[in-house]
Each structure stands twice: as C-alpha cells, then as structure tokens.
Design a protein around this ligand. Structure first.
Ligand code: SPV
Ligand code: MG
Length: 431
C-alpha cells in the first residue's frame, strides 16, 4: 500500500482539511504529521490547543492511520524517515512563505520518485481565519496571563511592542508581515511608563499615578488578546506594591517589571546625566518577595530590572544583583543599558547564562538598536522589548502636520500625510 503524508497544525478543522484527508486516504495509508507547538510558533501565532490535544483530535479522524509529530515547519525530517509515495496539501502554499517549504518537499520527494498531490484551496476556509475570528471574541484574564509563559516555552525569542492606548494596542495585536520566515507578528505588548506619561503630556517621573496607568492598561486589554508586560517603575513602597500586584494580576497582566531604583524617578535613558539612585540589593530582594507573596496564583511573572549598567556600577554588580533577585523569587531578569552598542548586554548574558540556563532574560534595545533579534536570541535572550517606538514615530508626523496647517492656512498640503477619511472611519469596525 502506498504511504501518504500530510502535515497539519490541527488546531481547527474545516471541510477543506476533510477533503484533503479523504483524498489522502484514497491514495493509500495516510500518516498525519501534527506540528508541535514550537513548529507552529516558528512561523505563525501559537496554536490555541496544546500539541497533545491537537494530536488526540487528529488520531480520531476517520481515514487517518497514524499521527506523528512534525518538529519544524520544514517537512524534511519526516519525509526522509517515512519516504512516502505521496505528500498531500492544499494548493494555497504556492504563494507566500509556504512556497519555500513546497519547493523543499518537491525536491525531497524527487529522491525516491514520490509525488506532491495538491487539491484546490477552498476560498475563505482557513484555520488562520477561524483562529482570528475566535480571538476577536476576546480572551479572559487567566488565559491572557498564562499565554506569556506558554510562549516562552515554545519560542526562542519573543518580541514586544510598546503600547500606550487602545489604538497602539490594536497595532501590536494586528500587524503582520508575511516573509520567507513565516507570518511575523508581535508576541505581546509593553505598557511603558515613558510613553504612557508622555502621551498624557507628563514627564516619566511617576507623576502619572497607578490609577491612571491602570485605566490605560484596561483600555488596551479591552481591544487586544496578546500578553501584556507592565512597566511598574520601582513598584513604589512595599506596602503599596502588594496592592498594585493584586490589581494587575486581576486584570490578566502577564508580567510586571520593577526596577531597582529609589527616590525621585527619572527615565533610565538619561543614564548618569540625571541623578538616579539604586536601591540596596537587600531591600529590592524584599520587594520581590512581597510581590510574589501578594499574587493569588503563580501565573503572573514578576521580572526584576537591573539598573547597574545604566548607573555605571559595573558588570560584577549587575551580575551579583541579577543572581540575588532570581534567588529572591524573580521570574525573569531585565538587564538595561543605554550604550550605543550591545557589547555590555551580550557580555552580561553570556555570564548570566553560566549561572542559569532557564531564567528568562529581557532586554530593551533602544540605544543599541543596531542589534537584531536573532543576535539577541543567540545570546540567550528571551524577550526583546521595542519600548517607545509607536509614540516616537507618531510624534514627528503629528508635529509636521500641525506646522504645515499653520504655514499654509489650510489642511490641503497635509492630505498625503493623513489617513483618508474613509479609512479612518472604517479602521475600527462597528462589530
Ligand atoms: C519605559 O519604556 O518606560 C522604560 C524603558 O522603562 S526605558 O525608557 O528605556 O527606561
Ligand atoms: Mg519606564
């Protein structure tokens, strides 16, 4: 009997899949490769169901004789071991990032005279559309909270985009780029103290209080489903911090980052230009313990931010603190730098990874933006935060528009800078 191979994420089934399964069964013994969580996350958004759940569904479909894991987006490993007579797939992968995989499949099958059978794609039927529909229905607090830990388990590096209101939340939620590496999107959001403050016309010195920050966070949560990491400055007094933790946990925030500074708050990117004082290691460890003890469930992550490199206290101080903070219960370490090159960050990561292979490392490459996510991932970094780029890119465009209107005494000249009226009216659908 001929062997037929088909790969599936098996997160959602529709009649298009069933047509392919029927055809595969007619051709011979149908073996289904279910993509592992890591394989799915390597080229599109993480699956809704776990690998075990998806495997169980696939195993119970009529016509499927065997289910095996497919560990990457590439078919090669399973094809080489099964040497199937046929691979069966919808013809939709002729365009977009799937076409590279398709070519690889054809070339591999050629080695033993196997054949690729393609069925016409059923327009409008796509598991990605179904997943999108489901996500538009929303997400509950617990699922959102847990989704960050799940993503950290299945993706080597996560990218987070700064958000400061509902609209920037939607940009982080929906922006996608289809390239050779798959369908790229942001994994989650960073609610920045800098851009939350500046968008309210206030400095980043804690003059926007926690109630106002929470109200902004709620606006963002209302229109998004991705995990959110909240920049909680230094967390405030321990007596207040435990309430902040509870509030953010209840909302479904996935992680809080607190920095080891005390006194009048100044943004880290001032470096030593502004007078900034670091907390003692003992006090900050105590704050971490207070925060972790305040949580109702362990799901939300509390990440400790080390400011030693910003304050020029040296690499040894940064490493010693990071180790102590991890020992006090921090679920991750953010190491910050305002240097123009990533050298000190890369050195920190190499040294910290000798101490711990697993504790998530977070970086904010604002000043050293030359470095790529791939290089940071290679250095053992798990979360890359683009901390202020939505606001920084919007501001010059708004000022340019305001100046042009003043200069010309009319708005005609700014037409090309602006989204057409029809597009802004339809940007947010009514339902
Ligand atoms: C923020 O975005 O508010 C941050 C990161 O804390 S930084 O501005 O680099 O300090
Ligand atoms: Mg901040």
């Amino acid at each position: 009997m001929s062997i037929v191979y088909m790969a599936l994420s098996a997160d959602f089934f529709h009649s298009g899949h069933l047509k392919i399964i029927k055809k595969g069964q007619a051709l011979g013994e149908l073996i289904v490769g279910v993509l592992t969580d890591k394989a799915v996350a390597s080229y599109k958004r993480a699956p809704v169901l776990s690998y075990d759940q998806r495997k169980e569904v696939a195993e119970n479909i009529k016509g499927v004789s065997q289910v095996i894991p497919q560990h990457s987006f590439s078919y090669i490993e399973n094809l080489e071991s099964l040497k199937p007579d046929y691979v069966i797939h919808g013809d939709d992968w002729k365009i977009g990032f799937g076409c590279k995989i398709r070519e690889e499949v054809i070339k591999t099958l050629d080695k033993w005279g196997g054949e690729l059978v393609e069925l016409p794609y059923t327009p409008g039927l796509s598991s990605s559309y179904i997943a999108e529909d489901l996500r538009q229905k929303g997400i509950n607090a617990v699922n959102r909270q847990e989704s960050l830990r799940h993503l950290l388990d299945i993706k080597p590096v996560l990218r987070m985009l700064e958000v400061h209101n509902g609209l920037t939340g939607l940009i982080a939620e929906k922006t996608k780029v289809d390239n050779d590496n798959g369908l790229l999107e942001f994994d989650g959001m960073w609610e920045s103290s800098l851009t939350d403050s500046v968008s309210k016309g206030k400095p980043d010195n804690a003059s926007v209080d926690m109630s106002s920050r929470v109200s902004t966070i709620e606006q963002i949560l209302e229109v998004t489903t991705k995990p959110i990491i909240v920049d909680a400055d230094n967390g405030g007094l321990n007596e207040h911090f435990k309430f902040t933790v509870r509030t953010l946990e209840r909302l479904g925030v996935s992680a809080i980052i607190i920095e080891d500074k005390i006194g009048a708050k100044r943004n880290s990117l001032f470096g030593t230009e502004a007078s900034q004082q670091q907390d003692s290691c003992e006090n900050f460890c105590e704050k971490i313990r207070v925060g972790k003890n305040a949580q109702v469930s362990p799901a939300m992550m509390l990440i400790a931010r080390v400011e030693s490199l910003i304050l020029k206290k040296g690499m040894d101080d940064a490493l010693a603190r990071a180790k102590q903070y991890a020992g006090a219960g921090a679920d991750g370490i953010m190491i910050h730098s305002c240097e123009k090159t990533p050298d000190e960050i890369l050195e920190f990561c190499a040294k910290f990874r000798v101490f711990s292979k697993d504790i998530p490392l977070v970086v904010v490459p604002t000043s050293y933006n030359i470095v790529t996510e791939a290089e940071l991932s290679q250095a053992g970094i798990n979360i890359v935060i683009y901390a202020n780029h939505m606001l920084r890119s919007a501001y010059p465009a708004m000022v340019q528009t305001a100046e042009s209107i003043l200069k010309h005494g009319r708005a005609h000249e700014v037409s090309d800078l602006c989204l057409p009226i029809k597009d802004i009216l339809n940007l947010i659908p009514v339902s």
